[in-house]
Design a protein around this ligand. Structure first.
Ligand code: PMP
Length: 399
């Protein structure tokens, strides 16, 4: 028998199963919202990134339908060939206004925006310094660029400075990479300090505002606004797929930066333009973000309520091994012992009607239940989570 060049696939899958790292998809039916139907079961939704509840908003739906009727379903080509529409231009202008930057560029996803931007900015002669907890798309972008990559332990700015002191002078350009809201912990980067470090080491700074856009800042512009850093020299990346309820990614910055990306970012140049429906829905969402600050206020009220509930459960009912990770965002994580525990807790929560993500290594260093809060969660729904959490904690103490 000749050797089977594909045999390794089965072997790898078996190894993934043995390590309890196997992942599978589950179908949500119907419209997204604070209650969803998952494989036939109605669940309170604490697992989505739809922070403002816009993914099922009638205005976004109507905008997508109207754009499809006018422009059709597909963009039909890359933006530089046949795929550019006036709608893309309007969305880019609206994002630049939201971010108060000179220009913006829309990509087909946040992942592709990170890949294309990082690889356009640095190459083999350059240095990237990056927070260890950054999103996978920043890591993939760094790898694609061919630059020397140094990761510093999460938010350890002393080590970041040391790395720059030792290595900066050996490289042509330097790019610092950070998430704005760290997606698997919920804490924020220390942006003012990072900007000061970037300035003193002649480095560019790229911030990923994926979980901050529409969420942080009085105008919903993101972490840069939250930290009072609007107008500072920064490259801002984000997604249209979380609080903005659509699909796609963006880069916001100076006009020359955006011009360079149009000429150098492979994931923008060689891919089809964002669909008219996604573009129009995102445009409607950006307008809602600026015109309806009350949505953001409700979101933050809900975050506070759930945070207090989780703290209360931990203080009075849970095993001492459980811990609420420090968060300054709608991402609240309950760290538990190990992967097997988090999977079992996630299943139990679902039996009681609550859907939260059970996240475990290798995605994160420690296993945790990850709750994401929405502006559209009602007080009743939050109360139901508190009850479910109490039962979960009591069950863990007295199995
Ligand atoms: N950056 C961060 C921090 C993210 O969490 C995500 C999505 N999980 C992305 C980028 C990628 O965005 P998109 O889903 O639009 O590709």
């Amino acid at each position: 028998m000749p050797p089977d060049p594909y045999a390794w696939i089965d072997q790898t899958l078996q190894a993934i199963h043995r390590a309890d790292w196997y992942r599978s998809v589950q179908a949500v039916s119907g419209s997204p919202g604070s209650v969803v139907t998952l494989e036939g079961q109605k669940l309170l939704n604490f697992a989505s990134n739809d922070y403002l509840g816009l993914a099922g908003d009638e205005r976004l739906i109507q905008a997508a339908i109207a754009a499809t009727q006018v422009y059709g379903t597909g963009s039909t080509g890359s933006r530089l060939l046949s795929g550019h529409r006036e709608l893309h231009h309007r969305l880019e202008q609206a994002i630049a206004d939201l971010k108060q930057t000179a220009a913006a560029l829309v990509f087909s996803s946040g992942y592709l925006a990170n890949l294309g931007t990082i690889s356009a900015l640095v190459g083999a002669r350059d240095l990237i310094v990056a927070d260890q907890y950054n999103h996978a798309s920043l890591k993939s972008g760094a790898a694609l660029s061919g630059a020397t990559v140094m990761n510093y332990p999460h938010s350890d700015l002393t080590l970041l400075r040391q790395q720059l002191q030792q290595h900066r002078s050996h490289h042509r350009r330097c790019l610092m990479l950070t998430d704005s809201v760290f997606s698997m912990d919920g804490d924020l980067c220390r942006l003012p300090d990072l900007l000061a470090i970037a300035e003193s080491f002649d480095a560019m700074l790229l911030i990923d505002e994926a979980h901050a856009t529409g969420v942080l800042g009085e105008r919903g512009s993101g972490g840069v606004e939250h930290f009072g850093c609007t107008g500072r020299p920064l490259i801002q990346i984000g997604t249209l797929s979380k609080a903005l309820g659509s699909l796609g990614g963006y880069v916001a910055g100076t006009a020359p930066l955006i011009d360079l990306l149009r000429n150098r970012a492979p994931t923008w140049i060689y891919t089809t333009g964002l669909s008219p429906a996604d573009t129009a829905a995102a445009l409607a969402a950006v307008q809602i973000v600026t015109q309806e600050p009350q949505r953001r206020q409700r979101l933050w009220q809900n975050v506070q309520i759930l945070q207090q509930m989780l703290q209360n459960v931990l203080e009075h009912f849970a095993p001492p091994t459980w811990k609420l990770l420090p968060s300054e965002s709608p991402i609240l994580c309950l760290q538990v012992e190990d992967a097997a525990t988090v999977l079992s807790l996630g299943r139990q929560l679902r039996q009681w009607g609550v859907w939260a993500a059970a996240v475990r290594p290798p995605t994160v260093p420690t296993s945790r239940l990850r709750f994401t809060v929405m502006a559209t969660h009602t007080p009743d729904q939050l109360q139901q989570v508190a009850i479910a959490l109490q039962k979960l904690a009591l069950g863990a103490c007295h199995p």
